[in-house]
Design a protein around this ligand. Structure first.
Ligand SMILES: NC(=O)c1ccc[n+]([C@@H]2O[C@H](COP(=O)([O-])OP(=O)(O)OC[C@H]3O[C@@H](n4cnc5c(N)ncnc54)[C@H](OP(=O)(O)O)[C@@H]3O)[C@@H](O)[C@H]2O)c1
Length: 298
């Protein structure tokens, strides 16, 4: 399949293009600043409709995986106009071009569309975001639903992976780096998540694309944990200094944006629809360790 991936140099995108290329798809890797590791690179800004039009003209995609977004939750809270332009205007542009080209659209969304008052959210539960990032991602979902008939919205939660991407670390790598350097870290005991390994999510997205899965799916890890429990699990899996992880409450962390207390996701719908199922945290960490021991060469 001819596939255009936006945000292909990011944490999820860099792994997804690796997976799609290995499966033999013709992959066009959209980026803005960070050159993606695989696929035919296409530099364009998703918030600029003309540039998006030219990228579609060059790639003529049968399917598009739209990952490009401003993902820094605190920055979205402060720079609201920029967040809207990237996450809502950008998604609207991509969705309209998908309609024009008859391309299937897969859109990566987030557990942060939910309020977080109870957790284990299902696809049909009512979203009610508590911060601006979640608000813009929800508006992005609405752009997708209102524009194209053939779409798949994949909601994930706290994505992590073996390699820094787009010039940034990720939650799992940050924990490993700090603990290896002997630095104490403060991690929340009152924030529940469904941590998602980028490789597992990439396999699920690739399958969704090949099966032309339509609708909203929670494609996250299968284990509900607090951030603190996840940090401890990483320390154990990688034989690092667990005692350096200090338990704190969310209110003690100097975040600019509010976080949902429990935005864990129920993944039974994805489990029923896919052969590549959401992985339990323990198994995902074993995979992560194996990936870090023998990284894929680009
Ligand atoms: N990370 C998580 O925990 C998480 C959880 C749930 C859902 N998601 C969603 O999953 C998707 C991927 O997340 P991620 O963590 O892989 O993000 P990421 O590492 O921050 O990568 C996002 C990419 O978007 C690109 N981008 C930003 N603005 C752009 C623009 N105007 N035009 C073109 N490209 C632009 C950036 O490209 P350059 O680097 O080239 O500038 C960047 O590589 C996002 O839609 C996010 O909302 C993420």
């Amino acid at each position: 399949m001819r596939v255009l991936v936006t945000g292909a140099g990011g944490l999820l995108g860099s792994k997804l293009v690796e997976v799609l290329c290995a499966k033999g798809h013709e992959v066009y890797s959209g980026y803005l600043e960070h050159l993606p590791p695989k696929g035919l690179p296409l530099k364009f800004d998703v918030s600029n409709e003309d540039e998006v039009g030219r990228a579609f003209g060059a790639s003529r995609p049968e399917a598009v995986v739209h990952l490009a977004a401003l993902t820094d939750v605190d920055r979205c809270e402060v720079e609201k106009e920029l967040a809207w332009r990237m996450n809502v205007t950008g998604t609207g542009n991509v969705a309209r071009l998908c309609r024009r080209y008859g391309a299937l659209l897969i859109y990566a969304s987030t557990d942060y569309v939910f309020k977080g008052d109870r957790g284990m959210y299902r696809e049909e539960d009512e979203p009610d975001p508590v911060n601006y990032y979640g608000h813009t991602k929800l508006k992005g979902e609405e752009e997708v639903k209102g524009t194209v008939d053939e779409y798949c919205i994949c909601r994930a939660s706290v994505i992590y992976g073996s390699t820094p991407a787009a010039g940034k670390t990720n939650f799992a790598l940050w924990i490993m780096e700090r603990l290896r350097e002997g630095i104490r870290i403060r991690v929340a005991t009152d924030q529940w998540i469904s941590p998602t390994l980028n490789t597992n999510l990439s396999m699920m997205i690739a399958e969704a694309l090949e099966k032309r899965l339509i609708g909203v799916y929670h494609m996250a890890g299968a284990t509900r944990v607090t951030r603190f429990e996840m940090a401890k699990a990483i320390a154990e899996a990688f034989q690092l200094e667990g005692p350096l992880i200090e338990p704190v409450k969310m209110e003690e962390l100097s975040w600019k944006a509010r976080r949902p207390r429990d935005s864990s996701l129920d993944v039974s719908k994805a489990r029923g629809a896919l052969e590549n199922m959401p992985l339990e945290l323990g198994y995902a960490l074993k995979l992560l360790k194996a990936e870090m021991a023998s990284p894929v060469k680009s």
